[in-house]
Write a protein that binds this ligand. Sequence first.
Ligand code: SF4
Length: 138
Amino acid sequence: MLDRLTDLLLFRYTNQGKDNNTNEKPYITMGSIVWGGLVRTILIVVISWTVVGYYELRDYWMVPLLAIVGLVIYPAYSQYQHFTGRIEVMQIETLCGSCKHFDPTNQLCIVFDEHVSTTYIPCEGDSWEPLTYEDKTS
Ligand code: SF4
């Protein structure tokens, strides 16, 4: 119950429930994490600026900082962990995971500039090239 409420308040519950490797278009990507963080930070700064200015609450400058930690940094980190865990599974389960053209940071095929999933491989295996040791270390 508390976990669900926490997820709901931190905008994680609906996102992570829907996000899995079979979606052709992923719900959570590095872009969505960065975008969510920026939007939440801007909202907190604007609201804090307005409230502090209107009520002259300069002694409570810690509250916006705590709001940024609780509503931006923690959920973004949680989503990043969820995203990287899911991509690790995808790399094991799909052909793209062993291809040099797969970009795990964006879940993208670089050749086709499309998201890949366990149900959608843009080249259908025709453009697959093995990941070399140099690719993994670079
Ligand atoms: S080239 Fe084909 S196998 Fe390689 S990442 Fe793109 S879609 Fe996947």
